[in-house]
Write a protein that binds this ligand. Sequence first.
Ligand code: SF4
Ligand code: SF4
Length: 445
Amino acid sequence: MKTVFEKLPATAFLLGEQPVDKATVYRRASFCVVTKVGDTYIAYNTLTKELAELDLREADALEAESVIFSPEYEQLIRGYFLVPQNHDDKKLCDGVTVFARSAYRGSAYRRFTVFTTTDCNARCFYCYERGIKHMDMCDDTARRVADFIVRASEGEAVSITWYGGEPLMNTSAMDIISSALSAAGVEYTSMMATNASLFDDALIKKAVDLWHTDRVQITLDGTREVYDRIKAYSDRESGFEMVLSNIQKLLDCGIKVNIRLNVGGHNIADMHALTNLLADRFGGRRGLNVYAALLFDECEWASRGSTDCDRYELAKEIIKIEDIAAERGILHPKKLYRTVSHCFCKADAEDALVITAEGKIVKCDFFTDSRFVGDVESGIDEEKLQDSRLLYSRRIECGGCMAYPICLRLAACPTGGCDDARKFMTEERLVRSVRYLYASAREKR
Ligand code: SF4
Ligand code: SF4
C-alpha cells in the first residue's frame, strides 16, 4: 500500500493506528471505497481521508468478504481500511463526528440564507413553495436584516444566499442589505438560487459590484419545449434562450454558474439532449458546473400523472447523464475536502441561519412559517435554537454505506430519508470524486 494522501491530522490524532490482532478475521470497513484508475487499484477512507494505491493482493483483500490476518495486510489494518468482522463502523464514525462538532468554536454566524421574496415568475409543478403566501421583504425589514447580520457576524466575513421564490423579483432587498453591509465594513460574498430569466446587463453588473455575487445556481428542466412547459412563466411565453444567454453573460463576468438539472419521470427522456446542448454551448467554459437532482417525491407526482415511477431506474439514468456531462467537461466531480464532516446542511450547521421575507429566523429553508428560532428585531431565542439543535441532531440510520461519515443526512429533513436510489447516486458520485482526486494527485506528481 502506498499512501497518496495521509490521514487527516485530526483523525490520526483521534484514532491513532488500529491495533493489529493476528487472530482476528477482518473485512473491508464500510467507509472504505475501492476503485480503479487505469491499471491502478486505489482505496479511499471516507473517515480518515487517507488515499492509497494498492497492490493486487491488497485490492483482493478489500474485495473479499473476510480475510485472515497476513503481514501484507498490516498497513490496511493500521489505516482502518480493514476492520474486525464484528466492528461497529457506525459507532466509530459517530464518535469522530461528535468530536468534530464539539471542536467547532465561535459564536459568530457566517452564513445567511435570505428570502428576498416568496414570489416567483415561474410556476414549476414541483415547487415546494406552491401554495405558500406570496410576499416581498419590505425595505424596513431589509434594513433590520442588515443590522442583524452585522451584529450576528461579530466582525467575521459572511456569505449570503439570496433565496426565494425568485430572489430577482425583489432586488431592492438585496440592494439595501448589501449597501448596509458595505457601509458597516462587513466583508461579504453572495450566491443566488435563481431561474436567471430576470437578469439583464444592468442586474448582472449590480450582482458583481454591489451584491458581491460569485456564484449562482440555476435550475434547468429540459430543452426549450420541455423547459418552457415546466417553468410555465407568468411573464413570458419562453424563457429558455434568455436563460442560456444569461448563463453566458454571468460566466463572462466571472460569476460561477451551477446548473441543476431537476430530473423526474416527466423529463428524463429529454435530459441527454439537454446535456449535449449545454456541452456544445458551454463545454470547457471556466466556472460552469452541471449536476443532476432527482426530484424528491417524484413517485408522488408520477402517481398523479401518467408516468411510471421507478426511482432506482431514474437514479441510474441520472448517473449516466452526469458521466456524459463529466466527459464533455461541464461537470466537475465534487471535491473531497480534507476536513472531518460534522454537519449535513444549514439546519445542523452552527454558523448558518435562514431569514424569511418577514424577518423571522429559521434553521431550515423548507420551514419559513414555523419552527422559528428568533427574528431580526429581537435576535436569536436561545431556548428555541436549542430545541432546533435537538431536532436536527439525529441522523438517519445508515449502516453499511460508504458515504456515511461524509453524508450525515438528517432524520428530520423534510425532503425525506434515504432510499436505494439516493444511496446509489451518493455512492456513485463518491467513487467518481475519489477517482478524480487520485487522477489530479497523479497529474501533479
Ligand atoms: S447516501 Fe443514504 S445511506 Fe448513505 S450516508 Fe447518505 S443518507 Fe446514509
Ligand atoms: S433539513 Fe433538509 S430541507 Fe432543511 S435545510 Fe437541511 S437539507 Fe434543506
